[in-house]
Ligand binder design. Structure first.
Ligand code: NAI
Length: 675
């Protein structure tokens, strides 16, 4: 019997079932993959075997359920049916009359881990690249293939809650310590270890009694309250209900049936639908980037300040050979120190740290230039300086080297005209901090060649960042949409609104940080210079308060005082009490952003509504559960939004006038994600 996605082989009365999903780079559990597995298990169950081994032929075990299928779910009962089907299958696996072993390497996530939990034993490869976890909460759901039921008895209640509530993954070593896997061994011993477990049949693992919490409600209720307090400090239940559902299920020691029903409700809800869309948008951007060969091995970064150092550090951690140039050895030394700290924390293994450090070369004289495949400029935001630098760079690099600038506001054409071959220049606009912000705007100047843009897209994907195409125009996409929101916040402060009310309105809406706190963190001087850059072309009025504060040296966090006073540890003091209802403030802040997003679509700054959403969520953290500004606008309806904008324009000023783009339906079309 042959299958599309699975292979079954027998040896010494042990069946080895290998997953290799057809036409995919990773194994995800689609309906079809699960249906085939069910047939296999039914057949195996009817035979007299010693045991069964389940493993993967790809670089990872199983990365989870097939998220694409989530988008096709019509309602909660259909979603619950999906969970039922998975549970039913895994119950068959768990009920086989002989032992089963999951052999795990690479990622073992979500539904993949739930499949492994249904096996009698689990062995995992003993390296840092092997990661196990239940990240469902990040998509606004919770485990639905009986994970909430099987995990606590295996590793204990609090460890299980921690894995499910945070969605964090653990290494195989940590998984062994938790009791999540039975053994960790090097790759070459994986199968042998699995066979030994089948031969010896040790008693399956169970958490020690002191790690279990009795199932009685009167014991679990107060403990739940304690855990919930921590969750509440981080997660707003109106925005992200699923962690609270996980606690509900745990508190009442829910059955598989209850888990499936709850999952159905979560999957069909707004939060999960939007988080799934946002996730798929990110995957699509990466996929599009990976299509393009970049032919880049050696990267030369000029400017080792905030951005240049971070870009260089990140690129070296992703396997590129990087030379980093700046004007003084002290600046380079600071960058190297930062790199070491970063690699130690992130890569952990001393050898990996050493290898990354070896790939990052401080380069005071620019020796790396003649060998570079790509040069990234990240020096001060001054046109003359950048033009001068690029003219010099061009005379030293190989003719095929790609040139990129990290400018956040200078039109690319103005820089490109300093080059003999302006077609080779593109913008690679990273966001701060590079290691956290996944977006990179690929800025297309009028002169940029398609070949140069393709290489930039491919390179960005190879950096594991998300390349988003934008047109070279003031502020590109992300800063342009964000700036009116920041300026509106300053205007609100100027009018006398309490800072806590302004920031509170934004965080209640779902932004990761209030705009005033954000402005202080970025630096008011930087905000002012970007605002001034955008003010002319976009007709923005820069509030006098911002100019006065910068003139007085109140630059925000870095100077110890801005809107807030900052302590030495970098914490804002006196954030104050909130007083008023937020609605009018939220309206003003958010609608300026949405209106600007529509203007960007009208001008073709971004390709479509999906691109705007992806840009704002991955570039600024715009409320992911709302799916981005355009999806938010779509939910509220354009007629109502335009009416509100008109009312605000009457009440305040013409800056709220609805953009002409609102009238053009075709601008709202979504093309990045089809279907
Ligand atoms: P920064 O002031 O921290 O660093 C600039 C570095 O460039 C300094 O170390 C300086 O010594 C060096 N430098 C200046 N002229 C040089 C030259 N001719 N040769 C070699 N090194 C030179 O600036 P930051 O914030 O890193 O910004 C750099 C660029 O990135 C700017 O174009 C900025 O607009 C852009 N950007 C900044 C972001 C931010 O959040 N700071 C975010 C995204 C882009």
């Amino acid at each position: 019997m042959s299958y599309r996605h699975w292979q079954v082989e027998d040896s010494h009365n042990i069946a080895t079932v290998t997953l290799d999903v057809e036409g995919a780079s990773a194994n995800a559990l689609s309906r079809e993959v699960l249906d085939e597995l069910e047939k296999i298990i039914d057949r195996l169950g009817a035979r007299e075997l010693e045991g069964v081994i389940i493993r993967s032929a790809k670089s990872s075990f199983i990365v989870g359920a097939d998220v694409n299928e989530f988008r096709r779910i019509a309602d909660s009962s259909q979603a619950a049916d999906l969970a039922h089907a998975g549970q039913h299958l895994l119950n068959k696996l768990a009920g086989l009359p002989f032992p089963s072993v999951a052999v795990i390497h690479g990622h073992c996530l979500g539904g993949g881990l739930e499949l492994a939990l249904a096996c009698t034993y689990r062995v995992a490869r003993d390296d840092e690249g092997t990661r196990l976890g239940l990240p469902e909460v990040k998509l606004g759901i919770h485990p639905g293939f009986a994970g909430t039921v099987r995990l606590p008895p295996l590793i204990g209640d609090f460890a299980a809650l921690d894995l499910m509530l945070t969605g964090h993954t653990v290494s195989s070593k940590a998984a062994r310590a938790l009791g999540l896997v039975d053994e960790t061994v090097p790759e070459r011993y994986l199968l042998r270890a699995a066979e030994a477990l089948i031969a010896k049949r040790p008693k399956p693992r169970r958490a020690k009694w002191w790690k279990r919490v009795p199932k009685w409600g009167f014991v679990r209720r107060p403990l739940r309250k304690l855990v919930e307090r921590n969750v509440r400090a981080k997660v707003n239940p109106d925005h992200y209900p699923s962690p609270y559902r996980i606690l509900d299920l745990w508190e009442k020691n829910a059955t598989q049936e209850e888990e499936a029903r709850s999952l159905g409700e979560m999957l069909a809800g707004r939060t999960s639908r939007n988080l799934v869309t946002v996730f798929l948008l990110g995957e699509e951007l990466k996929r599009r980037g990976r299509k393009h060969p970049h032919n880049i091995e050696r990267v030369h970064v000029i400017g080792a300040g905030v951005m240049g150092a971070d870009i260089a550090i990140w690129a070296a951690s992703r396997g590129f050979y990087v030379s980093l140039q700046d004007r003084s050895p002290e600046i380079l030394a600071r960058a190297v120190k930062k790199a070491y700290g970063f690699y130690k924390k992130r890569l952990k293994a001393p050898r990996a740290v050493q290898e990354a450090m070896d790939r990052l070369m401080p380069d005071l004289r620019g020796d790396g230039l003649p060998r570079a495949d790509l040069v990234i400029e990240a020096i001060v935001e001054k046109l003359d300086a950048k033009r001068g630098l690029f003219a010099e760079v061009e005379s030293k690099v190989r003719p095929e080297a790609l040139l990129a600038t990290n400018t956040s506001s200078i039109p690319l054409e103005d820089i490109a005209s300093a080059l003999k071959n302006p077609a080779r220049l593109v913008g690679l606009h990273f966001f701060n901090p590079v290691a956290q912000m996944q977006l990179v705007e690929i800025v297309r100047g009028k002169q940029s060649s398609e070949q140069a843009l393709n290489r930039a897209r491919g390179f960005t994907a190879a950096l594991d960042r998300l390349p988003l195409d934008v047109k070279s125009s003031p502020g590109f996409l992300v800063n342009r949409v964000l700036m009116p929101y920041l300026i509106e916040a300053v205007s609100l402060a100027e009018e006398g609104h309490a800072l806590a009310d302004i920031d509170g309105a934004a965080t209640d809406f779902g932004m990761p940080m209030g705009p005033i706190l954000l402005a202080d963190t970025v630096g008011l001087d930087i905000c002012l210079s970007v605002a001034e850059e955008l003010a002319g072309p976009l007709g923005i009025k820069v509030p006098q308060k911002l100019r006065d504060m910068v003139a007085a040296g109140r630059l925000g966090k870095k100077s110890g005082a801005g809107f807030y006073v900052w302590d030495k540890k970098g914490r804002a003091q006196n954030r104050g009490q909130r007083h008023v209802s937020h609605e009018p403030i939220t309206e003003r802040l958010v609608l300026r952003m949405v209106n600007e997003a529509v203007a960007c679509l009208r001008e073709g700054v971004a390709e479509d509504a999906d691109s705007v959403d992806a840009g704002m969520v991955y570039g600024t953290g715009f409320a992911p559960f709302l799916g981005g500004p355009m999806r938010y606008a779509e939910t509220l309806g354009d007629v109502g939004l335009c009416n509100t904008l008109r009312r605000l324009a009457q009440e305040y000023d013409k800056r709220f006038e609805p953009d002409a783009g609102w009238a053009r339906r075709e601008l709202f079309e979504r093309r990045l994600l089809k279907g």
